[in-house]
Each structure stands twice: as structure tokens, then as C-alpha cells.
Ligand binder design. Structure first.
Ligand SMILES: [Zn+2]
Length: 337
């Protein structure tokens, strides 16, 4: 009994030693034959020579344990070998030298900068559909079907007369106001459409960022504070800002906002058509008809709204010259901006 047990222990060590040196699955199979089949066979014939029942039982147990030990280790080695084989098929550490990475589009970059400024002032971002109902794009913005101001925002119709591509993101503001009671403080960025031929300053599709703030005692002073802060943070504290009276059907009073020309600093140049100023925003106090139209009391609540064309602003910000450059996807140019 002593000698058989000793032999089993010695063979365990030898077996592990050999298993550690295998180079392929065939080696493992050979070790399996050597120990699991041949060696255990010799153990069983040794067992025949043991006469005492109790001893026979114990040795039989030891042989079974040995077989289990071999089986488990062989299985583990095969599994590990399979895994290594798959891993070797693909070199996951490889680095391809000639991969060219893109860059963030300058419009997105500028928008993100502005978004951060608005979020810091407490605005939240609201999105809405690009295919819009006439009701939200015009009617509820104080522009009934006969209104001449609709001509300034002629758009594309998906199904005339009531389903269209939105001509501004003010439609999102109407939707937001219908869903929520004041106070409301949002910006609505997104793509808008207008019937325009492509020229250095116009495209039939562009990006807008509009904003809205409605609550109790919101005044024109709040409008000025927010928009002056926006322009100075984007273009630098040195820029001048002025408010000019203008007309929009959805605001009263309305103001166009000019910024001092970033190229000539009010001296007058080609960019600002010699005036020293560039119009960058439209704004105003929300018209009482618009507030009443979404169920807000115009006696209790006031608010202001504004909108800017992101493409136009990007032209000035990056000094691109003409709007078409924004759509050329010139990665060399983008990397410099
Ligand atoms: Zn200028």
C-alpha cells in the first residue's frame, strides 16, 4: 500500500511537470494517454496483488482520486490552450499608423461654447421636431395665415398647407410653453429651413439657437443682461453691443442686436459694409398674444425671446468669409479653427 501511494504521488509531480512543458494540444493528449490510460492500468494490476480488503478499498480510492486529478488538469490545460489560440489569431495590441482621425465641426464647437454659457446662466436645452405643424411654426407665433411676415420666412411644405419644415426653432418654444407653466428658461437649438438660393451669405438650411425666458417681472433689462453676457463671453469683453428697434410679429417691443465689427472695431470695413457694426441677433419681449395663445396670463407673466443664426455667427467668429465654407468639410481648415 505504501509503495503504491508513493508511486501515485511521484507520478502526480511528473505529470504536472510534463504538462507545464506542452507546446500543442497533441502533447496534452499524449500525456493524457501516458498517465490516465497506461499508468492507471498498471495501478489496477498492482491492486490485484493486494489481498487485504480494507487496504484494497483504500488503494482503489487513491487510484480514483488520481484519475480525477489527471482529468481535471488535462481539461484545464486544453481550455487554456484553446483560449490562447484564439487570442493569437488577432493582435489586439496592434496600432495602425495611418488612421486619420476627424475633428469636431466648427459649428458644433461654437454651439458647445454657447451652450455652456447658457447652462451657466440657468437655461436648459429643449429639442423639437424639424417637420412641424403650421400651428406651431406660424399661427401661435402671432402669424395667422394672412400675415405678411410669413413671406420673410417662406419655407418648404411637406403637405400644404399645414405640415412644413420649420423656419425657426420658435416652434419648440411654443411646444415647451404648452407643456410647462412659468417660470420657463430654455434654449432651443436646431436645424431650420427657408426658401433661399445658395449664395455667399445664404443657404436654404441652417442652424439656429433660440432662447426664451418667461416668468413674473421679466423685463427688457433681463434680455439685455443675458445677450450682452453671451456676446462678450463668445467674442471677448471688448466687443460693443447695441440694440436697435425692429419688427417681429411675435415680440413687442422688438430689437435687432448689433455687435461691433470684430475685424475693424467700428472703423468700417468690407465685412460690416462700412458701418462698423454687424447684426447678430433678433430679440424682443414676448408678444401678449403669444403668451395668451399658450394659456399663460399676459397680465401676470412677461418674458423675452431671442434667436440667432449659428452659421452667420460662425462666419464672424472664425472669419470664414462666406457661408458655403461651412459645408465644404475641409478637414485641414477645421483643424486650424
Ligand atoms: Zn468692419
Amino acid at each position: 500500500m505504501q509503495s503504491i501511494n508513493k508511486s501515485i504521488e511521484e507520478n502526480k509531480v511528473k505529470f504536472l511537470d510534463e504538462l507545464n512543458q506542452v507546446k500543442n494540444a497533441e502533447d496534452i493528449q499524449n500525456i493524457n494517454i501516458k498517465y490516465f490510460k497506461k499508468y492507471t492500468k498498471s495501478l489496477y494490476s498492482d491492486l490485484k496483488n493486494v489481498s487485504e480488503t480494507e487496504e484494497k478499498k483504500n488503494i482503489g480510492k487513491s487510484i480514483n482520486e488520481f484519475k480525477e486529478f489527471i482529468e481535471n488538469n488535462i481539461e484545464m490545460a486544453l481550455r487554456k490552450f484553446k483560449k490562447e489560440n484564439i487570442a493569437n489569431k488577432y493582435d489586439v495590441t496592434i496600432f495602425k499608423q495611418n488612421i486619420k482621425l476627424g475633428t469636431v465641426h466648427p459649428l458644433v464647437k461654437l454651439y458647445k461654447k454657447m451652450e455652456k454659457i447658457f447652462i451657466n446662466m440657468g437655461f436648459s436645452i429643449v429639442q423639437g421636431p424639424e417637420i412641424e405643424l403650421d400651428k406651431y411654426n406660424f399661427e401661435k407665433l402671432n402669424m395667422p395665415s394672412h400675415h405678411p411676415a410669413r413671406d420673410m420666412q417662406d419655407t418648404f411644405y411637406v403637405s400644404s398647407p399645414s405640415i412644413l419644415l420649420r423656419s425657426h426653432t420658435s416652434s419648440v418654444q411654443i411646444r415647451a410653453m404648452q407643456e410647462k407653466s412659468p417660470p420657463i428658461q430654455i434654449i432651443s437649438p436646431g436645424t431650420v429651413y427657408r426658401v433661399d438660393d445658395i449664395d455667399p451669405q445664404h443657404t436654404p438650411m441652417f442652424y439656429q439657437v433660440e432662447g426664451l425666458m418667461v416668468g413674473e417681472k421679466i423685463s427688457f433689462a433681463n434680455l439685455k443682461a443675458v445677450l450682452i453676457k453671451l456676446l462678450k463671453e463668445v467674442f471677448g469683453s471688448h466687443v460693443g453691443v447695441r440694440f436697435r428697434p425692429t419688427y417681429y410679429p411675435y415680440t413687442e417691443p422688438s430689437a435687432a442686436i448689433d455687435m461691433s465689427c470684430t475685424k475693424c472695431n467700428k472703423k468700417g470695413c468690407k465685412t460690416c459694409s462700412g458701418t462698423g457694426w454687424i447684426t447678430v441677433l433678433g430679440s424682443g419681449m414676448v408678444h401678449p398674444n403669444v403668451l395668451e395663445g399658450v394659456g399663460y396670463s399676459s397680465e401676470k407673466y412677461t418674458g423675452f425671446a431671442f434667436g440667432l443664426g449659428l452659421n452667420r455667427l460662425a462666419l464672424i467668429y472664425y472669419d470664414l468669409g462666406e457661408i458655403r465654407k461651412i459645408y465644404e468639410n475641409d478637414i485641414n481648415l477645421w483643424k486650424q479653427l
